[in-house]
Design a binder for this molecule. Structure first.
Ligand code: FAD
Ligand code: SF4
Length: 461
C-alpha cells in the first residue's frame, strides 16, 4: 500500500551554521528505513511520466519498487543498466527539471525523492560490488579525449563491448567537472575516484597529464593505431563581462577559483595551493557554478558573501536544493543587480563592485524576461574578491589543431545525429557540443557516441 504523504521523506543534513565552515558533505542521505518509506510513496503510474523526464531513461518505477521491498541490490542493478554513475547523478542531477519534475505526486504535494533514492542505492552498494566480467577483446582501439562524464561513459560502454579504450585527460586527475568544479561538500571526491576505479577494473586505460592538441594531435592518435576518437573535452573556457577592472588582483573566474579549491585542494591546510583569504566576496551569476563558488568562499572563511544576479530569484538557473542550502548558510542574494565595473585601490586590488539595479522587461529569445538597467541606480558594493560565474565555452585548442573539425559560432563542435563530427571517425559529445549543460546530458551523449563508434568500426570491417 502506497504511503499517501504529500511530503518527501526528509533527509539528515549538517546544521547550516556548522557546515558553512567545513567542506564535508551537506546532505547525509537516506537510511534503509527512510529509503523504503520514501519508495512506498511511488504510485507506480502506468504511463511512467518520470522516465520521460530522465535523459538516460532510468527505469524509475521498477527500481523504486525494489527499494520498497528492501531488495537494494536489485534496485541498483536496474539503475546501473542505463546509468553508469548513479552515486553522482543522485547527488547532482537537477531532478526538479527532470524525473521529479514529471512525477505525478508533485502535482498536489512533493514528488517522490527519486534522486535521493538513486543515491541511496548507489551508496548502499558502494562496498558490495562484485567483480565486473571483462568481455573478450575485439581487437579494436578507440581514443577518448577528456575524462569527464561524457568521456568516461563513452569509454565504459566501449570497454563493455570489448574495445581497447584509452582515455587521455589534460589534468592530473580524472573526473572532469566532477573533480575540478563541483565541491567536496556536494560531491565527495572519493565517490568520483571509486567510479574511475570501476572503469579501470573494466579495462579502460586512463592517461592523465595528456593535453591532446599539444602532446599529440588527433591525426597522430590515428597514426598510433586508434580507429576512432571521441572528444569529450567539455566547456572549460570561462567568460568575463568585459567591464573595467576585471584584471584587478582579487578577480577570479569561478573555474579558476573552484579548480584551486577542488582539484588543487586549496581548502586543506597541508596543501600549498594559494587562494585569497577573502573577507567580503561578490559572486556574479546565478547558476550552479555561482552557488558552488559562493558557498566555497564562505567555507574558506569569508565574513560576507553576495550573489549578484541580474534577474530575480524565480529565474535563478541553479538547482533548487543548492539555492535553498546557500540561503540557509547565509549567502545574500542581490537579485536584479548587474555589475558595471570592478573598482580597485591604489595597489591594484579589488575594493568594490560597482553595480546598477535592473528591472525585468519583455521575454527574450530564451523565453525569460529581459533584464533592463534602471537609470540613475548605480551603487558600490564593498568587497575584496569578485568571482565571475557567467558561463563557459569550449576551449579552442582541439578545433585549432585539427583540420576538418567544424564548430558553430559559439565554438561548439558540430555533430550529426550519430554524434560524429565533421571529421570522419571523430565523434564528440557533452559540453563541447552543447555548451555548458548537465552531467546527465553529457553522459547520455557519451552513451550514444559509444553505440555509434561501435557501428562505425563494425561497418568498416
Ligand atoms: P567536463 O566535465 O568538462 O570534462 C571534460 C574533461 O576534458 C576535463 O577533465 C578536461 O580537463 C578534459 N580536457 C579538455 N581539453 C582536453 C584536451 N585537449 N586533452 C585532454 N583532455 C582535455 N551539472 C549538473 O548536472 N548538476 C550540477 O549540480 C552541476 N554543477 C556544476 C558545478 C560547476 C562548478 C560546474 C563547472 C559545472 C556543473 N555542472 C552541473 C555541469 C556539468 O558538470 C557539466 O555539464 C559536465 O561535467 C560536462 O561533462 P563533459 O564530459 O562534457 O565535460
Ligand atoms: Fe513514481 Fe512519481 Fe514516477 Fe509516478 S511519476 S512512477 S509516482 S516516481
Amino acid at each position: 500500500m502506497a504511503d499517501m504523504s504529500p511530503k518527501k521523506t526528509s533527509v539528515a543534513e549538517q546544521d547550516p551554521k556548522v557546515r558553512a565552515r567545513n567542506f564535508d558533505e551537506v546532505t547525509l542521505g537516506y537510511t534503509a528505513e527512510q529509503a523504503m518509506q520514501e519508495a512506498k510513496r511511488c504510485l507506480n503510474c502506468k504511463n511512467r511520466p518520470c522516465m520521460q523526464g530522465c535523459p538516460v531513461g532510468v527505469r524509475i518505477p521498477e527500481f523504486i519498487e525494489k527499494v520498497s521491498e528492501g531488495d537494494f541490490a536489485a534496485a541498483y542493478e536496474i539503475i546501473r543498466s542505463t546509468n553508469s554513475l548513479p552515486a553522482v547523478c543522485g547527488r547532482v542531477c537537477p531532478q526538479e527539471n527532470q524525473c521529479e519534475g514529471k512525477c505525478v505526486r508533485g502535482i498536489k504535494g512533493e514528488p517522490v525523492g527519486i534522486g535521493r533514492l538513486e543515491r541511496f542505492c548507489a551508496d548502499f552498494m558502494a562496498d558490495k560490488k562484485t567483480e565486473a566480467d571483462r568481455p573478450e577483446p575485439n581487437g579494436h582501439r578507440v581514443a577518448v579525449i577528456g575524462a569527464g562524464p561524457s568521456g568516461l561513459t563513452c569509454a565504459g560502454d566501449l570497454a563493455k563491448l570489448g574495445y581497447d579504450v584509452t582515455v587521455f585527460e589534460a589534468f592530473h586527475t580524472a573526473g572532469g567537472v566532477l573533480s575540478y568544479g563541483i565541491p567536496e561538500f556536494r560531491l565527495p571526491k572519493a565517490i568520483v575516484a571509486a567510479e574511475v576505479e570501476n572503469l579501470k577494473e573494466a579495462g579502460v586505460k586512463i592517461m592523465t597529464d595528456m593535453v591532446i592538441g599539444k602532446v599529440f594531435s588527433i591525426d597522430e592518435l590515428y597514426e598510433k593505431g586508434f580507429e576512432a576518437v571521441f572528444i569529450g573535452s567539455g566547456a572549460g573556457l570561462p567568460r568575463f563581462m568585459g567591464i573595467d577592472g576585471e584584471n584587478l588582483v582579487g578577480v577570479y573566474s569561478a573555474n579558476e577559483y573552484l579548480t584551486r579549491i577542488n582539484l588543487m585542494k586549496a581548502y586543506k591546510d597541508d596543501h600549498p595551493t594559494p587562494i585569497r583569504k577573502s573577507r567580503r566576496v561578490a559572486v556574479v551569476g546565478g547558476g550552479n557554478v555561482a552557488m558552488d563558488a559562493a558557498r566555497s568562499a564562505l567555507r574558506l572563511g569569508a565574513e560576507k558573501v553576495y550573489v549578484v544576479y541580474r534577474r530575480s530569484m524565480e529565474e535563478l538557473p541553479a538547482r533548487k536544493e543548492e539555492v535553498h542550502h546557500a540561503v540557509e548558510e547565509g549567502i545574500e542574494f542581490l537579485t536584479l543587480r548587474n555589475p558595471t565595473a570592478v573598482i580597485g585601490d591604489d595597489e591594484g586590488r579589488v575594493k568594490a563592485l560597482e553595480c546598477i539595479e535592473m528591472k525585468l522587461g519583455e521575454p527574450d529569445e530564451s523565453g525569460r524576461r529581459r533584464p533592463e538597467a534602471v537609470e540613475g541606480s548605480a551603487f558600490e558594493l564593498e568587497c575584496d574578491t569578485v568571482i565571475m560565474a557567467l558561463g563557459t565555452s569550449p576551449n579552442p585548442l582541439l578545433r585549432s589543431t585539427t583540420p576538418g573539425l567544424d564548430t558553430d559560432r559559439r565554438g561548439c563542435l558540430l555533430v550529426d545525429e550519430n554524434e560524429m563530427t565533421t571529421k570522419e571517425g571523430v565523434f564528440a559529445g557533452g559540453d563541447t557540443v552543447t555548451g555548458a549543460a548537465t552531467v546527465i546530458l553529457a553522459m547520455g551523449a557519451g552513451k550514444k557516441a559509444a553505440q555509434s563508434i561501435d557501428a562505425y568500426i563494425k561497418g568498416k570491417e
